[in-house]
Design a protein around this ligand. Structure first.
Ligand SMILES: [Zn+2]
Length: 83
């Protein structure tokens, strides 16, 4: 039997959910909404999301990756192997 893959268009990677390591609260980011900043702390327990620094830069790079690939003159999608 062949391996099965989920095919995920890049446009469908628009929402990224961050989970607090302390209390598991999830915060959904909309990468297409560049006017919004990134959360600095957990809305439930107040844990710092950027304790080690650099998270806004990492998320900014991911947002640019999403934006650039989504408007590229090709259709791109991820192949995610199903277990
Ligand atoms: Zn939390």
């Amino acid at each position: 039997m062949g391996e099965k893959y989920l095919m995920i268009p890049v446009q469908d990677l628009r929402h990224l959910e961050l989970f607090c390591k302390n209390c598991q609260t999830g915060v959904v980011l909309d990468l297409a909404d560049s006017g919004k900043g990134f959360p600095k702390q957990c809305p439930t327990c107040g844990a710092e999301f950027d304790r080690l620094g650099g998270l806004p830069e990492i998320l900014g790079r991911y947002r640019r990756f999403y934006e650039d690939l989504a408007k590229a003159p090709v259709n791109a999608r991820f192949r995610v192997k199903e277990e």
